[in-house]
Design a protein around this ligand. Structure first.
Ligand SMILES: Nc1ncnc2c1ncn2[C@@H]1O[C@H](COP(=O)(O)OP(=O)(O)O)[C@@H](O)[C@H]1O
Ligand SMILES: [Mg+2]
Length: 414
């Protein structure tokens, strides 16, 4: 269902008033897999379906300019095509534009501790901050109601992804802390000359509260499976597929919907022995990825003859990926891995593509579970990363029912 159909349907059944809800699609994956080009290609295609679309990149400067082959795509929104605007997040600009109050307070706090206050600007450049700012940009765009869809290009480094899950956490902890600070700031002012650090002023508290409210809204957007989808981008290699699997596990844990995986840069077969060997290795990786991500839809894209860039090639890439589909559609709803806490036990459900009851074996190595599955193409091992919470637990049961493997972990008795 497309953005509009969804909204109209919801407004009919009284879930939402009649206004267009922002659709958010987040592409993530290892560096170099093709997130930026795939985000741009998707955005072009959504725009061509007549949605006002914004593509945001959290990559270092110039990336969008390079992809669209268009100069000066920076931190001010730039129209790329009719209905399509592009924006490159610049953390330092965002920080000083939006969080100057908090920033100067942090700087004062640092200098009171004898730390150089320029460090506050260094904080703006910490890994992951760009991702946080691009997510906050999504909240801003949602508030302004100027776009129907945002496509976000987001690297999958450990720190960066945490920010996807971060809003809820910081929202609840931060509110308590800031609430306390607000309560005591009046008192603290009296004692300020004695205190070793500056007291936050009303302005600081106000802007912290605003930030927390925005994080709340953001978290509601991200966790709304009718609005937000994460799409994984990987190449036919072990490293990027493993990375995508870890992302899938984390998103499942946090209840964020992943609706598609893209395996990009697949080499075509060749009569040359060297290339043929690579092509056959990659084919086995694609099959493995399909089994690992099952039942998530997996789209395959070949490695083109030339570097993928420029509007024409990006448009072609979008065609190959989506054909006549509306790319803003939610392609899948579900959680390939699901962890539920029940009393002292943790129950994991994994969707697995096999048919026969005894066609699987299961083994645990530390924080990973290896599920070996027999399929038509032979044995496939699906390594599922386990959440930290299972660390002190024992695998007690594994049962297969309706293409779902249910595994139970229990606390080890002392
Ligand atoms: N299917 C493809 N065929 C050929 N080149 C590609 C393909 N996908 C991506 N590329 C190229 O690979 C490089 C990395 O792509 P990019 O989108 O920047 O990756 P990421 O954002 O994941 O780091 C770019 O030079 C891009 O043009
Ligand atoms: Mg990129």
């Amino acid at each position: 269902m497309s953005i509009c159909e969804l909204d109209i349907l919801k407004s009919f059944i009284g879930l939402y008033p009649l206004f267009i809800l922002l659709r958010l699609i987040i592409y993530t994956g290892k560096g170099g897999t093709g997130k930026t080009v795939t985000s741009c290609a998707t955005a072009i295609k959504i725009a061509e379906h007549n949605y006002k679309t914004l593509v945001i990149s959290a990559d270092p400067a110039h990336t969008l300019s390079d992809a669209f082959m268009m100069p000066n795509i920076g931190h001010d929104p730039k129209q790329v095509l009719p209905n399509l605007t592009a924006l490159q997040i610049d953390p330092v600009t965002e920080m000083s534009r939006q969080y100057n109050t908090i920033l100067s307070y942090t700087a004062a706090l640092f200098s009171s501790k004898g730390i150089d206050e320029t460090l506050a600007y260094e904080i703006a450049m910490l890994p992951g901050m760009t991702q946080l700012f691009s997510l906050l940009k999504v909240e801003e765009v949602d508030r302004a109601k100027t776009f129907d869809a945002v496509v976000l290009d987001m690297p999958a480094s450990g720190e960066a992804l945490r920010y996807l899950y971060f809003p809820k956490l910081v929202g609840s902890i931060g509110r308590k802390l800031t609430g306390l600070a607000g309560l005591f700031s009046g008192f603290a002012k009296i004692f300020q000359p004695l205190a070793k650090f500056p007291t936050p002023t009303k302005d600081v508290i106000q802007s912290e509260m605003e930030l927390l409210d925005r994080l709340d809204v953001l978290s509601n957007i991200i966790n709304d499976n009718n609005r937000t989808s994460v799409r994984l981008v990987a190449n036919p290699d072990t490293f990027s597929i493993e990375n995508a699997k870890r992302v899938l596990m984390s998103t499942s844990l946090y209840g964020i919907n992943v609706d598609m995986a893209v395996i990009n840069k697949i080499m075509a077969g060749s009569s040359d022995e060297y290339y043929a060997k690579w092509a056959s290795f990659q084919r086995s990786k694609v099959e493995e990825a399909k089994a690992n991500f099952y039942p998530l839809p997996v789209r395959e894209v070949e490695l083109y003859g030339t570097e993928l860039r420029g509007i024409d090639m990006l448009r072609k890439h979008g065609e190959i990926l989506f054909g006549s589909d509306d790319p803003s559609k939610i392609f899948y709803r579900g959680e390939p891995y699901m962890f539920v806490k029940e009393g002292t036990a943790i129950k994991m459900t994994v969707q697995v593509p096999f048919t026969e009851k005894d066609d699987f074996s299961i083994e645990r190595y530390g924080d990973q579970l290896t599920i070996t599955v027999k399929t038509v193409t032979g044995q496939i091992a699906n390594v599922v990363p386990l959440p930290v919470a299972t660390a002190g637990m024992k695998l007690v049961k594994a049962k297969l029912l309706n293409q779902k493997l249910k595994v139970q972990f229990e606390k080890e008795s002392l």
